[in-house]
Structure formats: C-alpha cells, structure tokens
Write a protein that binds this ligand. Structure first.
Ligand SMILES: *Cc1c(COP(=O)(O)O)cnc(C)c1O
Length: 234
C-alpha cells in the first residue's frame, strides 16, 4: 500500500485515503512546500458513521460537511466515541442555522454575506467559541453559486473585520466545473494576499494537487477518499 513518508497511517489504512495522502505529499514536494502547511479535510457528506469510522481509525481527524442538519444527525455520536476530531462546514450557511453551526463546527468556509456575519458575530459572542472563518469567493461569478464576487471581496473582508468584529482566517473558492481551476485558485490567492489572509481553502478530488501548487492550505477531498456519492449533492 502506498503511504506518505511524512504522515504515517495505520497499517490497514483505507486505500483512497492513503492514495490522497500520497498525492498531497507529492504535490508538496513538487511545490517545495512543507507537508504540514496543507490540511486535508475529508469531506464525508452523504456518508454515514459506518463509512466514516474506518477513516477516523486510519488517523484522519479533520472532516467536512456541507449541511448543518446532516452533520447534526451523524456527528455528535462519532464525536463522543472519538477524540481530537475537527469539523468544517464547507457548504452554504443560513443565518437561522448560525447557532447550531457555531456549536458544532470548528471552522466555517462559507461566510459570504452581511446577515451571516451578523448571526455569526452574535453566536460567537454568546457562546465564547470562535470557529475559524473563511470568506467564500465566487471566483467564476456564477449566479447560482454562493460567495462574494471578486470585485466586492476587499470591501466585504474589511466589513467582516471592522463592522462585525470577526477574525477572518482565509478565503475559500469552488471553481466552475467546466473551467480550468488554476486561474480561479490564483485569483483567490491574490485576493487573500492583498488582504493579509494566510489560509486558502481550495481544491477537491479532481484538482487538489493543482490547488496545492497554487498555495492551498486546506484541501476539501470527498469522493477520492470515500468513493463516489450515490446521493447527488451540491
Ligand atoms: C462535496 C464538496 C467537496 C468534495 O468534493 P469531491 O469532488 O467529492 O472531492 C469539496 N468542497 C465542497 C464545497 C463540497 O461541497
């Protein structure tokens, strides 16, 4: 079985996870980046506890979900039986779910409008818990996709900080499916750099190696680890 030289996995590591770890290590070597500068988020949406447990047992501790409700239905039990897990919300957030999201998640990748900022600021204050926050940028300016338009990004990030008092950790993007991802990753990285943001959540199963080349600090990988999803999911 292929294993990354820098991230030891258990002897019976599931093959998808091991292959992804190997590919991340290779992409880091090629980009002359420290392997520790890239966090793998295993995207477990649509998969149940039975599929998730072996991945945890193989040493993977960071997971991504795109729906608050689904995460709430399966993660509390898993969190009880396993320690050290971090959950990232990678899908759209509604303000009326901000309370549950702040309670359950360690990071939220979909901050993209004032109503969310307001709801998050309120919950963070009342719970005294601060999830890591990423502003989602709609780099392809797709009307159906969440995220702040690139030309509005600087102003929005400033408002997050100054008006809502939020600590923003980085930016997230999802390139249009039918386009080459690299220019979108580059745009996201450029907006982050000029706003003094260090973290970049970008890259999925099909393009995480490219994203690492372009500076991704968080890659969100689902099907390459868990297999093809049978339930279609946004
Ligand atoms: C589902 C999803 C992913 C993972 O997609 P794969 O192609 O299965 O790796 C990453 N990011 C977001 C926002 C997603 O919704």
């Amino acid at each position: 079985m292929m294993q990354s030289s820098t991230t030891p996995l258990s002897a019976h590591s599931p093959s998808g996870l091991a292959a992804v770890q190997e590919e991340i290590a290779r992409a880091c070597r090629e980009a002359r980046r420290d392997r520790a500068s890239v966090t793998l988020i295993a995207v477990s949406k649509t998969f149940d506890a039975g599929a998730i447990s072996p991945i945890i047992d193989a040493g993977q501790l960071v997971f991504g979900e795109n729906r608050v409700q689904e995460a709430k239905s399966k993660w509390p039990a898993l969190l009880q039986s396993h320690s050290g897990i971090a959950l990232h919300l990678i899908g759209p957030l509604q303000s009326n779910k901000a309370k549950e999201a702040v309670a359950l998640f360690d990071a939220i990748h979909s901050v993209d409008r004032p109503s969310i900022c307001e709801a998050l600021a309120r919950e963070i204050k009342s719970r005294g818990k601060q999830p890591e926050l990423f502003v989602q940028i709609n780099t392809g300016e797709e009307p159906q996709k969440a995220g702040v338009a690139p030309q509005d990004a600087d102003e929005f990030i400033a408002a997050c900080r100054e008006k809502y008092g939020l600590q923003i950790s980085g930016l997230m993007c999802i390139p249009p499916v039918e386009q080459a991802p690299a220019p979108h990753f580059a745009l996201c990285a450029k907006i982050a750099a000029r706003n003094g943001l260090k973290n970049l959540s970008m890259g999925m199963s099909a393009d995480f190696a490219t994203a690492i080349q372009m500076g991704a600090t968080h890659v969100r990988v689902g099907s390459a680890i868990f297999g093809t999803r049978t339930v279609p999911h946004a």
